[in-house]
Design a protein around this ligand. Structure first.
Ligand code: PAP
Length: 315
């Protein structure tokens, strides 16, 4: 068990190769990119959520960008902020705790002026590490998850868009499958990450809301209303059109058509171009990349880790 209070750099942590020359570091069973170790430790040691805060949590590539867009739109629907998604990528509007907020600048941590309003953040840090932070506040958490095979395929595509591919060469799908199954994957093990938040959502339904990418795709409108209700911003009966607008404005087709989201530019906070957050946005794309044997291998893991824990999801 790593004593989080004592970790200052990644020097003292166990490391495993992840892809090319890149490695990941282990903090209490979970794997992190070395770049985000100091900031993750800062989040765990210093972040004090306010009761009105909303934290969007996820394993990477499970629908974070979409969830950020939807929740930002729900919360800001009656202000001029609501149109900001036209010109700004959702990750610049909803900063990630361990990336922008506790990275180098901390420009987003304005506690003074926010005591009565809602601060919106995201994180990929697992619940097992964040439990104490969340317990110290009445803040609300929304966790999005996605089926493991699409998550793996999405991560594989995304990683191959990294700047480092120029030096390290591509990440081959066979390697990505091995790493995903062994859990040595940024944010991994995937199954432990999901089960941490799944169990927490059952223990504390008023504070932690779990939603799946697949149910959100199937009926976005119903789930936007459920999200709004949970967040304390419910839609009234006469606001049906507003819900429709939010669903439309946050759809893959609309968001991916904006110049900012088509851009090959790199954000200041990560080594992928903005357009890599929008690829296909569908369910079941894994069938185009994984063979029958791999599908059976991952399904067996899913049966063991999810179904074995009574979470009938992911196959
Ligand atoms: P992150 O964890 O790095 O922030 P995240 O947004 O969770 O990434 O995942 C990106 C996935 O969401 C991509 O999936 P794909 O690779 O299978 O295509 C991306 O296309 C998808 N995505 C982004 N925006 C939307 C949207 N508005 N609707 C549906 N899917 C979306």
């Amino acid at each position: 068990m790593v004593n989080i209070l004592e970790v200052v750099t990644d020097e003292s942590l166990r490391k495993e190769n992840w892809w090319g020359k890149n490695y990941v570091c282990q903090i209490n069973n979970f794997w992190f990119l070395p770049k985000f170790v100091p900031s993750t430790i800062r989040v765990l040691n210093e972040f004090k959520p306010l009761p009105n805060d909303v934290i969007l949590a996820s394993f990477p590539k499970t629908g974070t960008t979409w969830l950020k867009s939807l929740v930002f739109s729900i919360i800001n629907r009656s202000s001029k902020e609501s149109s900001l998604l036209v010109k700004h990528n959702a990750h610049d509007l909803v900063p990630t705790l361990e990336v922008q907020v506790f990275g180098t600048t901390r420009q987003y941590l304005d506690n003074e002026s926010h005591h009565s309003s809602t601060r919106l953040y995201s994180t990929h840090i697992p619940y097992q590490l964040l439990r104490k932070t969340f317990d110290s506040s009445n803040c609300r958490v929304v966790y999005i998850t996605r089926n493991p095979k699409d998550t793996l395929v999405s991560m594989w595509h995304f990683t191959n868009k990294w700047k480092a591919v120029d030096q390290d060469g591509p990440w081959h799908i066979e390697e990505a499958i091995e790493k995903f199954c062994s859990g040595v994957f940024p944010g991994g093990p995937y199954y432990d990450h999901v089960m941490g938040f799944k169990n927490a959502s059952l223990e504390k339904p008023k504070n932690i809301f779990l939603i799946t990418y697949e149910e959100l795709i199937k009926d976005t409108k119903i789930h936007v209303k459920r999200l709004a209700e949970f967040l304390g911003f419910p839609f009234m009966n006469h606001e049906e059109e507003e819900v429709d607008e939010i669903v439309k404005n946050c759809s893959f087709d609309i968001l991916s058509s904006y110049a900012v989201n088509k851009s090959e530019d790199f954000p200041s906070w990560f080594q992928v171009p903005y357009n890599s957050f929008f690829r296909q946005g569908v369910v079941g794309d894994y069938k185009n990349y994984l063979d029958a044997k791999t599908i059976e291998r991952i399904d067996a893991l899913t049966r063991d880790k999810f179904h074995g824990a009574d979470f009938m999801y992911g196959i």
